[in-house]
Ligand binder design. Structure first.
Ligand SMILES: Nc1nc2c(ncn2[C@@H]2O[C@H](COP(=O)(O)OP(=O)(O)OP(=O)(O)O)[C@@H](O)[C@H]2O)c(=O)[nH]1
Ligand SMILES: [Mg+2]
Ligand SMILES: [Zn+2]
Length: 351
Protein backbone atom coordinates (compact mmCIF):
# COMPACT_ATOMS: atom_id res chain seq x y z
CA UNK A 1 0.00 0.00 0.00
CA UNK A 2 1.33 3.43 -0.98
CA UNK A 3 0.62 6.73 0.75
CA UNK A 4 -1.24 7.71 -2.38
CA UNK A 5 -3.65 4.83 -1.72
CA UNK A 6 -4.27 6.29 1.72
CA UNK A 7 -5.22 9.59 0.14
CA UNK A 8 -1.93 11.45 0.03
CA UNK A 9 -1.94 13.88 -2.88
CA UNK A 10 0.44 16.38 -4.40
CA UNK A 11 -1.68 19.10 -2.81
CA UNK A 12 -0.39 18.28 0.67
CA UNK A 13 3.20 18.32 -0.44
CA UNK A 14 2.98 21.63 -2.27
CA UNK A 15 1.25 23.19 0.73
CA UNK A 16 3.83 21.97 3.20
CA UNK A 17 7.21 22.29 1.59
CA UNK A 18 8.78 23.42 4.84
CA UNK A 19 7.48 20.50 6.85
CA UNK A 20 8.70 18.17 4.13
CA UNK A 21 12.25 19.49 4.28
CA UNK A 22 12.53 18.96 8.03
CA UNK A 23 11.25 15.41 8.28
CA UNK A 24 11.15 12.74 5.67
CA UNK A 25 8.46 10.33 6.85
CA UNK A 26 4.76 10.86 6.41
CA UNK A 27 1.79 8.98 7.82
CA UNK A 28 -1.93 9.46 8.35
CA UNK A 29 -3.58 9.73 11.75
CA UNK A 30 -6.00 6.83 12.11
CA UNK A 31 -7.13 7.19 15.74
CA UNK A 32 -6.76 9.75 18.50
CA UNK A 33 -7.20 9.58 22.22
CA UNK A 34 -6.01 12.57 24.26
CA UNK A 35 -2.33 12.71 23.49
CA UNK A 36 -2.13 9.14 22.21
CA UNK A 37 -2.27 8.58 18.50
CA UNK A 38 -2.33 5.74 16.04
CA UNK A 39 -0.88 6.52 12.65
CA UNK A 40 -1.15 4.52 9.46
CA UNK A 41 1.72 4.15 7.03
CA UNK A 42 2.42 1.99 4.01
CA UNK A 43 2.63 -1.17 6.09
CA UNK A 44 0.23 -0.76 8.99
CA UNK A 45 -0.63 1.09 12.16
CA UNK A 46 1.90 2.41 14.67
CA UNK A 47 1.37 4.27 17.98
CA UNK A 48 2.68 7.83 18.02
CA UNK A 49 2.91 10.91 20.20
CA UNK A 50 3.65 14.59 19.68
CA UNK A 51 7.17 15.92 20.04
CA UNK A 52 7.64 18.27 22.97
CA UNK A 53 8.27 21.09 20.55
CA UNK A 54 5.01 20.54 18.73
CA UNK A 55 2.98 20.27 21.95
CA UNK A 56 4.55 23.52 23.06
CA UNK A 57 3.73 25.26 19.82
CA UNK A 58 0.09 24.22 19.74
CA UNK A 59 -2.09 27.22 20.51
CA UNK A 60 -5.58 25.81 20.18
CA UNK A 61 -7.17 22.37 19.98
CA UNK A 62 -7.69 22.99 16.28
CA UNK A 63 -3.92 22.80 15.74
CA UNK A 64 -3.69 19.31 17.22
CA UNK A 65 -3.59 16.36 14.86
CA UNK A 66 -7.00 14.78 14.38
CA UNK A 67 -8.10 11.61 12.65
CA UNK A 68 -7.54 11.88 8.91
CA UNK A 69 -4.66 14.32 9.25
CA UNK A 70 -1.40 13.87 7.41
CA UNK A 71 1.56 14.24 9.74
CA UNK A 72 5.32 14.52 9.41
CA UNK A 73 6.83 11.89 11.66
CA UNK A 74 10.00 10.26 12.83
CA UNK A 75 10.17 6.58 13.72
CA UNK A 76 12.01 4.97 16.59
CA UNK A 77 12.17 1.46 18.03
CA UNK A 78 12.61 -0.12 14.60
CA UNK A 79 9.66 1.83 13.25
CA UNK A 80 7.38 0.31 15.87
CA UNK A 81 6.61 3.77 17.28
CA UNK A 82 6.82 7.36 16.08
CA UNK A 83 6.84 10.98 17.11
CA UNK A 84 4.79 13.57 15.28
CA UNK A 85 6.67 16.71 14.24
CA UNK A 86 3.97 18.58 12.43
CA UNK A 87 0.56 18.51 10.82
CA UNK A 88 0.12 19.05 7.10
CA UNK A 89 -2.35 21.70 6.01
CA UNK A 90 -5.88 20.34 5.75
CA UNK A 91 -7.76 20.14 2.52
CA UNK A 92 -11.08 19.82 4.29
CA UNK A 93 -12.08 19.82 7.92
CA UNK A 94 -15.11 18.67 9.86
CA UNK A 95 -15.50 20.44 13.16
CA UNK A 96 -18.27 21.70 15.32
CA UNK A 97 -18.84 24.23 18.02
CA UNK A 98 -18.69 22.76 21.48
CA UNK A 99 -21.38 23.50 24.04
CA UNK A 100 -20.59 26.21 26.55
CA UNK A 101 -20.10 29.94 26.80
CA UNK A 102 -16.84 30.15 24.87
CA UNK A 103 -16.96 29.36 21.21
CA UNK A 104 -14.56 26.50 20.87
CA UNK A 105 -14.29 23.95 18.17
CA UNK A 106 -14.06 20.26 18.44
CA UNK A 107 -12.31 18.52 15.61
CA UNK A 108 -14.15 15.62 14.07
CA UNK A 109 -11.99 14.63 11.12
CA UNK A 110 -9.67 16.10 8.51
CA UNK A 111 -9.17 15.55 4.79
CA UNK A 112 -12.56 14.00 4.21
CA UNK A 113 -13.83 13.72 0.66
CA UNK A 114 -17.47 13.12 1.54
CA UNK A 115 -19.50 12.84 4.73
CA UNK A 116 -22.42 10.49 5.11
CA UNK A 117 -25.00 12.19 7.26
CA UNK A 118 -26.72 9.18 8.73
CA UNK A 119 -30.25 9.22 10.10
CA UNK A 120 -32.40 6.24 10.87
CA UNK A 121 -35.79 6.21 9.15
CA UNK A 122 -37.30 5.21 12.40
CA UNK A 123 -37.02 7.39 15.51
CA UNK A 124 -34.07 9.44 14.49
CA UNK A 125 -35.35 11.09 11.32
CA UNK A 126 -35.20 14.84 11.90
CA UNK A 127 -34.94 17.40 9.08
CA UNK A 128 -33.78 20.16 11.43
CA UNK A 129 -30.88 18.13 12.66
CA UNK A 130 -30.10 17.18 9.09
CA UNK A 131 -29.84 20.90 8.31
CA UNK A 132 -27.29 21.37 11.06
CA UNK A 133 -25.14 18.54 9.79
CA UNK A 134 -25.35 19.89 6.25
CA UNK A 135 -24.17 23.28 7.47
CA UNK A 136 -21.28 21.59 9.26
CA UNK A 137 -20.22 19.73 6.14
CA UNK A 138 -20.50 22.80 3.92
CA UNK A 139 -18.47 24.82 6.41
CA UNK A 140 -15.63 22.32 6.17
CA UNK A 141 -15.68 22.00 2.40
CA UNK A 142 -16.91 18.41 2.57
CA UNK A 143 -19.46 16.98 0.16
CA UNK A 144 -22.49 15.70 2.08
CA UNK A 145 -24.44 12.55 1.25
CA UNK A 146 -27.58 11.83 3.21
CA UNK A 147 -27.97 8.24 4.30
CA UNK A 148 -31.23 6.90 5.67
CA UNK A 149 -30.78 3.62 7.55
CA UNK A 150 -33.16 0.98 8.91
CA UNK A 151 -35.45 1.18 5.90
CA UNK A 152 -36.67 -2.28 6.93
CA UNK A 153 -38.57 -0.67 9.78
CA UNK A 154 -40.87 1.46 7.64
CA UNK A 155 -43.00 0.97 4.53
CA UNK A 156 -41.98 2.01 1.01
CA UNK A 157 -44.56 4.81 1.17
CA UNK A 158 -43.18 6.16 4.40
CA UNK A 159 -39.69 6.03 2.96
CA UNK A 160 -40.74 7.96 -0.15
CA UNK A 161 -42.36 10.58 2.08
CA UNK A 162 -39.13 11.07 4.01
CA UNK A 163 -37.12 11.34 0.81
CA UNK A 164 -39.59 13.93 -0.46
CA UNK A 165 -39.18 15.96 2.72
CA UNK A 166 -35.41 16.06 2.23
CA UNK A 167 -35.66 16.74 -1.50
CA UNK A 168 -37.96 19.69 -0.91
CA UNK A 169 -35.20 21.46 1.02
CA UNK A 170 -31.91 20.12 -0.33
CA UNK A 171 -30.26 18.95 -3.52
CA UNK A 172 -28.08 16.54 -1.60
CA UNK A 173 -27.75 13.00 -2.80
CA UNK A 174 -29.69 10.47 -0.72
CA UNK A 175 -28.83 6.83 -0.14
CA UNK A 176 -31.18 4.46 1.66
CA UNK A 177 -29.96 1.29 3.30
CA UNK A 178 -31.09 -1.53 5.48
CA UNK A 179 -28.29 -3.32 7.26
CA UNK A 180 -30.78 -6.00 8.08
CA UNK A 181 -31.91 -6.93 4.57
CA UNK A 182 -28.82 -5.57 2.81
CA UNK A 183 -30.95 -3.38 0.57
CA UNK A 184 -29.01 -0.34 -0.68
CA UNK A 185 -25.61 -1.68 0.31
CA UNK A 186 -24.59 -2.32 -3.30
CA UNK A 187 -25.24 1.26 -4.21
CA UNK A 188 -23.24 2.35 -1.19
CA UNK A 189 -20.30 0.15 -2.27
CA UNK A 190 -20.40 1.74 -5.70
CA UNK A 191 -20.38 5.21 -4.17
CA UNK A 192 -17.14 4.53 -2.31
CA UNK A 193 -14.04 5.21 -4.44
CA UNK A 194 -10.65 3.67 -3.65
CA UNK A 195 -8.25 6.23 -2.18
CA UNK A 196 -11.06 8.51 -1.02
CA UNK A 197 -11.97 9.13 2.59
CA UNK A 198 -15.50 9.15 3.96
CA UNK A 199 -16.85 10.02 7.35
CA UNK A 200 -20.02 8.71 9.01
CA UNK A 201 -21.84 11.31 11.07
CA UNK A 202 -25.08 11.01 13.01
CA UNK A 203 -26.80 10.26 16.28
CA UNK A 204 -26.04 7.25 18.40
CA UNK A 205 -27.77 4.06 17.40
CA UNK A 206 -28.53 4.93 13.78
CA UNK A 207 -26.30 2.12 12.52
CA UNK A 208 -23.02 3.79 11.54
CA UNK A 209 -20.82 1.01 12.86
CA UNK A 210 -23.16 -1.66 11.55
CA UNK A 211 -22.68 -0.23 8.05
CA UNK A 212 -18.92 -0.52 8.41
CA UNK A 213 -19.23 -4.09 9.64
CA UNK A 214 -21.46 -4.89 6.67
CA UNK A 215 -18.94 -3.39 4.29
CA UNK A 216 -16.07 -5.28 5.90
CA UNK A 217 -18.17 -8.43 5.90
CA UNK A 218 -17.72 -9.32 9.54
CA UNK A 219 -18.41 -7.96 13.03
CA UNK A 220 -15.09 -6.14 13.28
CA UNK A 221 -16.46 -3.39 15.53
CA UNK A 222 -18.85 -3.38 18.47
CA UNK A 223 -22.45 -2.45 17.98
CA UNK A 224 -25.24 -2.47 20.54
CA UNK A 225 -29.01 -2.83 20.26
CA UNK A 226 -31.09 0.28 20.70
CA UNK A 227 -33.68 0.49 23.47
CA UNK A 228 -37.38 -0.13 22.94
CA UNK A 229 -37.98 3.55 22.24
CA UNK A 230 -35.40 3.58 19.50
CA UNK A 231 -32.68 5.58 21.15
CA UNK A 232 -29.19 4.25 20.80
CA UNK A 233 -26.66 3.68 23.52
CA UNK A 234 -23.33 5.25 22.55
CA UNK A 235 -21.33 2.28 21.46
CA UNK A 236 -18.51 3.74 19.41
CA UNK A 237 -16.32 5.80 21.70
CA UNK A 238 -13.62 7.10 19.43
CA UNK A 239 -13.01 8.20 15.90
CA UNK A 240 -11.21 5.71 13.80
CA UNK A 241 -10.10 5.43 10.22
CA UNK A 242 -10.74 2.10 8.55
CA UNK A 243 -9.37 1.02 5.18
CA UNK A 244 -11.76 -1.20 3.25
CA UNK A 245 -10.35 -3.98 1.13
CA UNK A 246 -11.80 -2.30 -1.95
CA UNK A 247 -9.57 0.71 -1.13
CA UNK A 248 -11.93 3.35 0.22
CA UNK A 249 -11.41 4.72 3.71
CA UNK A 250 -14.14 5.26 6.27
CA UNK A 251 -14.07 7.13 9.54
CA UNK A 252 -16.56 5.93 12.13
CA UNK A 253 -17.51 8.47 14.76
CA UNK A 254 -19.35 8.23 18.06
CA UNK A 255 -22.93 9.51 17.91
CA UNK A 256 -23.11 13.17 18.78
CA UNK A 257 -25.07 13.87 21.90
CA UNK A 258 -24.87 17.65 21.74
CA UNK A 259 -26.86 17.73 18.57
CA UNK A 260 -29.66 15.79 20.22
CA UNK A 261 -32.32 16.72 22.69
CA UNK A 262 -31.24 16.39 26.29
CA UNK A 263 -33.54 16.79 29.29
CA UNK A 264 -31.97 16.38 32.72
CA UNK A 265 -33.76 14.72 35.61
CA UNK A 266 -34.99 17.79 37.51
CA UNK A 267 -35.86 19.80 34.44
CA UNK A 268 -37.85 16.85 33.23
CA UNK A 269 -39.86 16.43 36.42
CA UNK A 270 -40.60 20.15 36.46
CA UNK A 271 -42.54 19.79 33.24
CA UNK A 272 -44.47 16.75 34.45
CA UNK A 273 -45.88 17.58 37.89
CA UNK A 274 -49.02 15.54 37.21
CA UNK A 275 -46.94 12.45 36.61
CA UNK A 276 -44.72 13.03 39.59
CA UNK A 277 -47.81 13.41 41.79
CA UNK A 278 -49.16 10.09 40.53
CA UNK A 279 -45.88 8.28 40.94
CA UNK A 280 -45.97 8.90 44.70
CA UNK A 281 -48.73 6.27 44.78
CA UNK A 282 -46.71 3.60 42.93
CA UNK A 283 -46.06 0.48 44.97
CA UNK A 284 -42.30 0.76 44.54
CA UNK A 285 -40.46 3.96 45.32
CA UNK A 286 -38.10 3.47 42.38
CA UNK A 287 -40.89 2.44 39.99
CA UNK A 288 -39.93 2.96 36.37
CA UNK A 289 -43.63 3.04 35.36
CA UNK A 290 -42.88 0.47 32.74
CA UNK A 291 -43.77 -3.01 33.98
CA UNK A 292 -43.80 -3.00 37.78
CA UNK A 293 -46.97 -4.24 39.48
CA UNK A 294 -48.96 -1.59 41.34
CA UNK A 295 -47.80 1.25 39.14
CA UNK A 296 -50.12 4.23 39.69
CA UNK A 297 -48.93 6.02 36.55
CA UNK A 298 -49.84 3.18 34.22
CA UNK A 299 -53.13 2.71 36.08
CA UNK A 300 -53.91 6.38 35.44
CA UNK A 301 -53.21 5.91 31.74
CA UNK A 302 -55.55 2.93 31.65
CA UNK A 303 -58.34 4.76 33.44
CA UNK A 304 -57.93 7.74 31.14
CA UNK A 305 -56.90 10.09 33.95
CA UNK A 306 -53.54 10.59 32.24
CA UNK A 307 -53.28 10.79 28.46
CA UNK A 308 -51.31 8.15 26.61
CA UNK A 309 -49.39 10.80 24.68
CA UNK A 310 -48.29 12.53 27.82
CA UNK A 311 -47.14 9.25 29.31
CA UNK A 312 -45.14 8.26 26.26
CA UNK A 313 -43.51 11.65 25.80
CA UNK A 314 -42.47 11.55 29.45
CA UNK A 315 -41.02 8.07 29.03
CA UNK A 316 -39.22 9.08 25.87
CA UNK A 317 -37.67 12.16 27.41
CA UNK A 318 -36.71 10.33 30.57
CA UNK A 319 -35.04 7.56 28.60
CA UNK A 320 -33.10 10.11 26.63
CA UNK A 321 -31.79 11.93 29.67
CA UNK A 322 -30.96 8.77 31.59
CA UNK A 323 -29.29 7.37 28.58
CA UNK A 324 -27.15 10.40 27.90
CA UNK A 325 -25.94 10.54 31.46
CA UNK A 326 -25.14 6.86 31.46
CA UNK A 327 -23.53 6.82 28.07
CA UNK A 328 -21.27 9.68 29.04
CA UNK A 329 -19.86 7.54 31.85
CA UNK A 330 -19.65 4.59 29.52
CA UNK A 331 -17.74 6.69 27.08
CA UNK A 332 -15.28 7.86 29.70
CA UNK A 333 -14.63 4.25 30.64
CA UNK A 334 -13.98 3.25 27.09
CA UNK A 335 -11.70 6.24 26.47
CA UNK A 336 -9.64 5.20 29.45
CA UNK A 337 -9.50 1.66 28.18
CA UNK A 338 -8.14 2.90 24.87
CA UNK A 339 -5.47 4.94 26.66
CA UNK A 340 -4.42 1.82 28.52
CA UNK A 341 -4.42 -0.16 25.31
CA UNK A 342 -2.02 2.28 23.68
CA UNK A 343 0.23 2.26 26.74
CA UNK A 344 0.46 -1.51 26.97
CA UNK A 345 0.91 -1.73 23.23
CA UNK A 346 3.86 0.63 23.37
CA UNK A 347 5.35 -1.20 26.31
CA UNK A 348 5.01 -4.50 24.50
CA UNK A 349 6.82 -3.02 21.53
CA UNK A 350 9.66 -1.77 23.67
CA UNK A 351 10.11 -5.07 25.53
N1 LIG B 1 -33.62 -2.86 11.90
C1 LIG B 1 -32.40 -2.38 11.68
N2 LIG B 1 -31.52 -2.28 12.69
C2 LIG B 1 -30.30 -1.79 12.44
C3 LIG B 1 -29.91 -1.37 11.14
N3 LIG B 1 -28.65 -0.91 11.20
C4 LIG B 1 -28.27 -1.02 12.48
N4 LIG B 1 -29.23 -1.55 13.24
C5 LIG B 1 -29.18 -1.82 14.68
O1 LIG B 1 -29.09 -0.60 15.37
C6 LIG B 1 -28.31 -0.75 16.55
C7 LIG B 1 -27.26 0.33 16.65
O2 LIG B 1 -26.33 0.18 15.61
P1 LIG B 1 -24.84 0.78 15.68
O3 LIG B 1 -24.18 0.44 14.40
O4 LIG B 1 -24.17 0.40 16.94
O5 LIG B 1 -25.14 2.35 15.73
P2 LIG B 1 -24.06 3.55 15.73
O6 LIG B 1 -24.62 4.60 14.84
O7 LIG B 1 -22.71 3.05 15.39
O8 LIG B 1 -24.13 4.05 17.24
P3 LIG B 1 -22.95 4.77 18.11
O9 LIG B 1 -21.71 3.99 17.95
O10 LIG B 1 -23.49 4.75 19.51
O11 LIG B 1 -22.84 6.19 17.57
C8 LIG B 1 -27.77 -2.17 16.49
O12 LIG B 1 -28.56 -2.98 17.30
C9 LIG B 1 -27.91 -2.57 15.06
O13 LIG B 1 -28.08 -3.96 14.91
C10 LIG B 1 -30.86 -1.52 10.07
O14 LIG B 1 -30.63 -1.18 8.91
N5 LIG B 1 -32.08 -2.04 10.40
MG1 LIG C 1 -20.96 3.07 16.40
ZN1 LIG D 1 -45.03 3.54 38.49
Amino acid sequence: MKLHDLGFEKWFETHASELRREVSDIARVSAVDRGAYLIRNESGEVPAELTGKLSYMIESPVDLPCVGDWVAIQYYDNAMAAVIHGVFPRKTLLRRKTAGANVEFQMIAANIDAAFIVQSCHFDFNPNRLDRYLVMAAGGGVEPIVMLTKTDLISQDELQQKIAVINSAHKTRILTVSNLTGSGLDELQQTLCPGKTYCLLGSSGVGKTTIINRLIGREAFDIKPVSGTGEGTHTTSRRQLIVLSQGAMLIDTPGMRELALVGTGDGLNAGFEDLVRLSVKCRYANCSHEHEPGCAVRAAVESGELSKDRYSSYMKLRKESEYYEMSYLDKRKKDKAFGRFIKSYKKQMKD
